[in-house]
Design a protein around this ligand. Structure first.
Ligand SMILES: Cc1cc2nc3c(=O)[nH]c(=O)nc-3n(C[C@H](O)[C@H](O)[C@H](O)COP(=O)(O)OP(=O)(O)OC[C@H]3O[C@@H](n4cnc5c(N)ncnc54)[C@H](O)[C@@H]3O)c2cc1C
Length: 438
């Protein structure tokens, strides 16, 4: 049996373990954390509020993954019709705003529709970046008032500095009829790419990993600090040293490259150009449930510190004590564009203040739980440097036989199902490496 080592115990690491399990191989899995799950871990506060590591829902359309996840929670999951909205200068339009202009100021609606029509009737222009795509698809006024502003808060850079290869169905490109209907009527049709989602009934999103945990020989509190690809040797910060025949890694690329003995300078330099956001998650428990009608709200205004809010108590009643509600706020930074300094706890009070300012928290609300955590790697930023830098980094890892996977190994905008499948594919690559090179 080849000795396959898996680095990381998130969705990608367990995708690899699942694939290897089918070959009757139990990999040794290392994780630096004292818990498994990575970005899909869930934690319950002393006061009984459960928070995932960022808002996590499963909206995969892949029936195989749906089945695997459902089996992992013994079919105990909720199926929920999604409800999303937005907050913009005191207005709460439904999502996506481009087909829900109803209720916004008249001048805004007129300008947005005028520009939309002008743009769709004008000559086709070359699309060099995300800003060009937004203007061509939605008209200049809408692009500047909404998605370009959101981009600065969520992606921490300008739309001009971003590519379009991450878009897929993420930003809806409406027809004129949809824009008009959404401006005239409060009940425009649902066009978002997610209509329903699933969420485990108990234990938070992390429960989806339950059946995979025994498929790996899991070693927690093992932080990898160096890789010698020639000797096929790994060294951990606690002094543990081990060999491998095949290596699957879901470690974030900039960290991974830094650890590799003899990584060429151009590869190290390329890995430094890869941009990702850092997220401070602020978790609040409140003494009432009717906090929001939406499962998630997007915030555009630059004077509101958070970019998105999620309401975990609306995903499963087991996420908060009876009669209470919960809010998870995301505040974004980026090493490359807006470095985070200080402590995550510094953001608890500003978040509470802004929740009050936009009316989600009332003066008489009792805060039953408050906490914050830092997600060092959150969302990959598709800036214009990404593609070339990634090609250099991935090319080198292919050459030295490290099978990268997951959101931070593939360095893509990947959801949990995609990270899981990426882990499966990486396991196959590790298995198919020629025996002589093992
Ligand atoms: C804010 C946010 C919201 C999201 N919402 C959704 C959603 O609603 N639905 C959805 O499907 N997806 C969502 N995602 C995406 C989802 O989280 C990822 O696709 C998936 O969790 C990535 O899994 P992974 O295994 O690739 O990475 P990770 O979960 O990050 O796993 C990597 C593991 O490697 C370990 N590791 C790192 N460095 C070392 C080291 N040096 N030594 C040892 N171990 C190490 C880490 O501790 C970690 O456990 C969201 C992501 C974020 C950031």
């Amino acid at each position: 049996m080849p000795n396959i080592v898996v680095l990381g115990s998130g969705m990608a690491g367990f995708g690899a373990a699942y694939r290897l399990h089918a070959e009757r191989i139990t990999p040794v899995m290392y994780d630096k954390n004292s818990y498994h799950g990575g970005h899909t871990a869930s934690f319950r506060s002393d006061t009984g509020f459960l928070f995932d590591v960022g808002p996590h829902i499963s909206f995969t359309k892949d029936p195989r993954i749906q089945e695997i996840f459902a089996d992992s929670v013994d079919q105990q999951y909720e199926t929920i019709q999604i409800n999303l909205n937005n907050y913009w200068r005191g207005y709460w339009p439904l999502h996506p705003v481009q087909v829900h202009l109803h209720g916004l100021p008249e001048d805004v609606i007129v300008k947005v529709i005028k520009d939309f029509v002008e743009e769709s009737q004008g000559p086709e222009k070359p699309i060099k970046n995300y800003a060009d795509w937004l203007v061509a698809s939605l008209g200049r006024s809408f692009a500047e008032l909404f998605p370009m502003q959101y981009t600065r808060k969520y992606h921490l850079t300008t739309a001009e500095n971003m590519s379009t290869d991450w878009l897929g169905p993420r930003i809806y490109r409406p027809t004129l009829e949809e824009v008009l209907r959404g401006a005239l009527s409060p009940s425009a049709p649902h066009v978002h790419y997610i209509t329903h989602f699933r969420y485990p009934s108990n234990g938070g999103f992390m429960s989806y990993l339950k059946k995979f945990v025994p498929m790996g020989n899991l070693r927690l509190n093992h932080e990898l600090v160096s890789i010698d690809p020639r000797a096929r040797q790994l060294t951990f910060s606690n002094g543990h040293v081990t060999q491998y025949d095949g290596l699957v890694s879901s470690v974030a690329l900039p960290d991974l490259i830094r650890m590799i003995h003899g990584a060429p300078p151009d590869v190290v330099e390329a890995s430094r150009r890869l941009a990702c956001s850092t997220c401070v998650l602020v978790n609040i428990g409140v003494n009432r449930q009717d906090l929001s009608r939406a499962h998630m709200t997007y915030f555009y205004d630059e004077d509101i510190c958070f970019t998105r809010l999620g309401f975990p108590h609306m995903l499963s009643s087991s996420n908060s004590p009876s009669g209470t509600g919960s809010i998870q706020a995301e505040v974004y930074f980026s090493d490359k564009y807006k470095p985070f300094t200080g402590s995550p706890n510094d953001w608890i009070e500003p978040v509470i203040t802004d929740l009050r300012r936009c009316g989600l928290l009332r003066d008489d609300d009792k805060i039953l739980s408050r906490g914050a955590m830092l997600l060092r790697y959150a969302n990959i930023i598709f800036d214009l440097e990404r593609a070339a830098a990634l090609k250099t980094v991935h090319g080198y890892l292919d050459d030295i036989g490290i099978a990268y996977c997951g959101r931070y190994g593939d360095w893509g905008y990947m959801w949990t199902d995609e990270s899981f499948k990426s882990g499966e594919l990486a396991a196959e690559r590790a298995l198919s490496a020629p025996v002589s090179s093992r």
